[in-house]
Write a protein that binds this ligand. Structure first.
Ligand SMILES: Cc1ncc(COP(=O)(O)O)c(C=O)c1O
Length: 487
């Protein structure tokens, strides 16, 4: 193609000097690969307070500055202060560790700069292929649809819109009731508010000793609501609970939903990937294929870089009806760029959408579902290893035997009150984060404040688990030595 010469009166945002740009881009690529190759040397570190202040104070740039200067700023002020989830001993919340191949996908995605709401270009075909692979892997039928979204929260909200539309043909939104176990993720109540049903319509069903939903209690709640004149419309079953990793009995819940004609949504944010793992972990996914909708993340266990989740819907037509609205400026054509049969704007809220599918497609091509399954099995074994080591430690009490990848435990000391233990466990978590040993988060299990590891980290080795437990032991001792009453 011709190189165009630019007149000063015709501004563009492209570089003046492509050779210089190329050199800088190569430098940044090397820096990024170095970071990933040496991920072990880069735990989370806090953002210095003067830097935070600088960010809050700096005025908007009216004129630009040289690329090299901006890159220097990134190197000193931004690059060192990541979430830390690329580190092998990051176990907090449920954070994927990231993939080197996502770095390559990000470059290609940026170079293509595709808008994936619709039209006839390769991206929708890539997205559809990823969805078809997942549909087949997770046992959904041929007429099922799907869409890639920012994460499970967004996927849950979209599923709820479709379920609400189906149910509210005969009942006002505020007469609808939804059901989920006590341990369900907060995305459910937020979504109920967004779709106009209201979180007060969520019935939080008690759990069994193993933290799975008590199905008799669920059945009783449904019957009670029906006799009170409300319309049960949405049951959420969890495949991999956020607090404990517990998975509900999906098949029994599906049977109950079928008997009452209630929508079954499965929150499989990370647990869905158990399907690719070895026994016994893959058994958690039995019955998943019976759901009306399934929400899950690629940015969790498969470690595809943030962000990317997915919604699968059993009835693709219903899905499309809920979101498809094509005014004249979005009309499709039989040929040309406005062609193409599959416009993803018909399956969700977003019209302008990035090419999330590329990094997922690349990860699946590079590692396969088997590669992901091997990491899932390894991480579940590591949760058991952590549990075994914790049980051998004085001053720590295991909360439950891990059934998937989550290990929770409490650091204790004699004579401590509940509030003291609360603060003590938080202090340990914070200290290990600050000294770069490991990242645990905290939560409450059966009324007790605990340290929690959710292991979805392909970079984690058994030695990282051993080191983390050693770090816990040392931090507990240090805190007790320096503060006999550690608050
Ligand atoms: C079980 C469960 N459901 C839903 C979510 C929300 O997912 P996202 O953060 O991708 O929106 C999470 C996040 O950790 C989760 O663990």
């Amino acid at each position: 193609m011709n190189k165009q010469s630019k007149a000063p009166s015709e501004p563009t945002l492209d570089p003046d000097d492509w050779a210089q740009f190329r050199a800088k881009a190569h430098e940044v690529l090397d820096m990024s690969i170095d970071r990933l190759e040496n991920a072990r040397d880069h735990p989370w570190q806090p953002v210095p307070s003067d830097l935070k202040q600088r960010f809050s104070r700096e005025p908007a740039p009216s004129s630009g500055s040289p690329l090299s200067q901006t890159i220097e700023e990134i190197k000193t002020d931004i690059f060192p202060y990541a979430t830390g989830n690329t580190h092998p001993a990051f176990f907090g919340w449920v954070h994927g560790a990231g993939l080197p191949d996502s770095l390559i996908a990000a470059m290609i995605e940026a170079a293509m700069n595709s808008n994936c709401g619709g039209r006839d270009h390769i991206a929708p075909y890539v997205e559809q292929q990823v969805i078809t692979w997942c549909r087949e892997m997770f046992g959904f039928p041929k007429g099922a649809s799907g869409i890639l979204v920012s994460g499970t929260s967004m996927a849950t909200m979209l599923a709820m819109v479709v379920a609400r539309d189906k149910a509210s043909a005969n009942s006002p939104h505020t007469d609808l009731t939804a059901y989920a176990s006590m341990g369900v993720h907060s995305a459910i109540s937020k979504s109920l508010n967004i779709v106009g049903v209201g979180s007060k319509q969520l019935r939080r069903i008690k759990v069994n000793n193993d933290h799975t939903m008590d199905i008799e209690a669920l059945a009783a709640a449904i019957v009670q609501d029906i006799s009170a004149g409300t319309t049960p419309f949405f049951v959420v079953a969890t495949l991999g609970g956020v607090n404990t990793g517990a998975s509900d009995d999906l098949r029994s819940i599906a049977n109950l939903c079928a008997a009452h004609n209630i929508w079954l949504h499965i929150d499989g944010a990370f647990g869905v990937w158990a399907k690719c793992a070895d026994a016994p972990w893959r058994d958690a996914a039995i019955g998943m294929e019976l759901a009306d909708s399934l929400a899950f993340d690629f940015h969790k266990w498969p470690s595809v870089n943030y962000d990317c989740g997915c919604l699968l819907m059993r009835d693709g037509d219903q899905h499309r009806r809920a979101f498809s609205e094509r005014p004249e400026y979005l009309r499709s054509a039989s040929h040309g760029l406005a062609g193409g049969e599959l416009w993803f704007c018909d399956y969700g809220l977003e019209l302008s959408r990035g090419f999330r599918a590329l990094k997922v497609w690349m990860a699946l091509k590079t590692h396969g579902f088997d590669g992901i399954g091997q990491v899932v099995s390894k991480n579940c074994q590591q949760a058991l290893l952590m549990a075994t080591l914790i049980e051998q430690e004085d001053g720590f009490e295991l909360s439950f035997k891990p059934t998937l990848n989550i290990c929770c435990f409490q650091a204790v000391f004699s004579g401590a009150t509940r509030l003291e233990l609360d603060q003590f466990n938080q202090q340990i978590a914070t200290a290990l984060q600050l000294n770069g040993t490991a990242v645990f988060s905290t939560t409450t299990i059966d009324g007790r404040s605990v340290l929690r590891a959710a292991i979805v980290n392909h970079r984690c080795l058994n030695q990282d688990i051993e080191q983390a437990v050693k770090g816990l032991r040392e931090e507990r001792q240090r805190l007790l030595k320096h503060q006999p009453r550690p608050i």
